[in-house]
Design a protein. Structure first.
Length: 417
């Protein structure tokens, strides 16, 4: 039973709405505009519908959905509290469309658009994340990219980091990466209610295997997407998640995920089955532009895993991690770093690596390598300047690390294979 009163839940909802209005309203409005633009481009059939009516209706449906407390006894009391919180929110933010977008857009896309309609083009490949433990740097390495269409630049633009990393340690199971991934014609869950998994998470799940077993029991309440998790012993779990189904790849030493593909056997088979359904619905043979796109995403994922394993075996370095993140040594779609290529012949909006980073986040050599594109001076991110930031307390070593980057030349042409 959750320990919070209905009155406190309603008050928390009002406080949340006040914060959104004071700090996030312009960005929320802009995000909704770009999201609707993406939806209409991806699902042309929606031009005949009204997203401004569909989304709030779906939001009401979620709140009306009941949780089966015999299956999920930890959720006892949650429905009343969440509904009270939403009521408090609505007392302050009186626009139900904006509220529905804030709380439910992600679920509307995955549990309605992607289950009841077939997109004109697949979603853009968004993001890559990978980690190394036991490195030649004497600490953990984290690296990856944020990839998206250019209209999402502002949404993904978090500014230029002003400092390097502080010491990073993991004392519990922690999510250290998340990227987009979904399957066409996906399943719809039995329950739509917005369960707060963090509020009911048992405190004694100390290994990634125990944690993933619990997450699988609650699988219909989170995802889709690919996630990377690590525990205090630096064991990794790469999770591949659809609306309801999931697969996990466990590893030690390194872990990696990228977008728009599943490679665990059960999830790859599921994706192929549903892709075949989507092809049949459109009267397509197996030789079609969607199939070429998905095959390209899988090739990119396989290359990422191969490059990460090779880098780990040779003794991972920061420059080596940056070589992977900025990889353009092979042709698209297999390359890791994106520079405006179209993965699908019918794609309207090109996909770019908007931001790229590689960091040593623990130990004596903490530092950050960072790049971002400028949409007003558009060029591949590997041709933009590399910003170097020394870790906190290690600022005196900045010239040494800037020289290291200068000596590396064009990064992304020589990842270890």
């Amino acid at each position: 039973m959750l320990e919070i009163s209905i009155a406190d839940a309603r008050a928390a909802g009002r406080a949340h709405a006040k914060h959104v209005i004071a700090h996030d309203l312009p960005r929320l409005t802009a995000d909704m505009t770009s999201a609707f633009q993406w939806a209409l481009a991806s699902y042309p059939v929606l031009i005949e519908s009204d997203l401004r009516e569909m989304l709030p209706r779906f939001s009401r449906e979620r709140l009306a959905s009941d949780i089966d407390l015999t299956r999920y006894p930890e959720c006892r009391g949650m429905m009343e509290q969440v509904r009270a919180s939403r009521e408090g929110f609505a007392e302050v933010m009186t626009d139900p469309l904006l509220a529905a977008f804030l709380f439910d857009w992600y679920w509307f896309c995955s549990r309605r658009l992607n289950t009841r309609f077939i997109a004109a083009v697949p979603p853009p490949a968004q993001c890559t994340r990978f980690w190394f433990a036991d490195t030649a740097e004497g600490g953990l390495i984290s690296a990856g990219n944020i990839d998206d269409v250019l209209i999402q630049y502002e949404h993904n633009n978090f500014g230029i980091p002003q400092t390097g990393p502080d010491e990073t340690q993991f004392d519990r199971v922690t999510c250290v990466g998340g990227v987009s991934s979904a399957v066409l014609c996906d399943d719809e869950p039995e329950c739509l209610f917005p369960v707060d998994l963090g509020a009911i998470m048992p405190p004694d799940l100390n290994t990634v295997r125990d944690y993933m077993a619990w997450m699988e029991r609650y699988a219909e309440f989170w995802g889709p997407g690919n996630q990377l998790w690590v525990d205090a012993d630096l064991n990794f779990a790469a999770v591949e998640k659809a609306n309801v189904k999931m697969g996990v790849r466990y590893s030690t030493g390194w872990g990696a995920i990228t977008a728009c593909a599943y490679l665990t056997p059960n999830m790859l088979a599921f994706k192929q089955e549903r892709a075949a359904q989507s092809f049949a619905a459109r009267g397509w043979s197996e030789d079609n532009p969607d199939a070429a796109y998905w095959n390209g995403c899988e090739a990119r994922y396989r290359r990422l895993l191969q490059l990460c394993e090779a880098e780990y075996r040779r003794g991972a370095t920061l420059i080596g991690a940056a070589e992977i993140a900025l990889d353009h040594a092979v042709s698209f779609p297999e390359r890791i770093c994106l520079a405006g290529e179209r993965g699908h012949r019918d794609e309207v909006m090109q996909n770019w690596t908007l931001r790229s980073d590689a960091s040593v986040v623990s130990g004596p050599n903490r530092r950050l390598l960072f790049r971002s594109i400028d949409p007003q001076d558009l060029k591949p991110i590997y041709h933009t300047p590399c910003l170097v930031r020394a870790g906190i307390g290690l600022e005196s070593r900045l010239p040494e690390w800037e020289a290291e980057v200068a000596a590396a030349g064009e990064i992304g042409l020589h990842p270890a294979e």
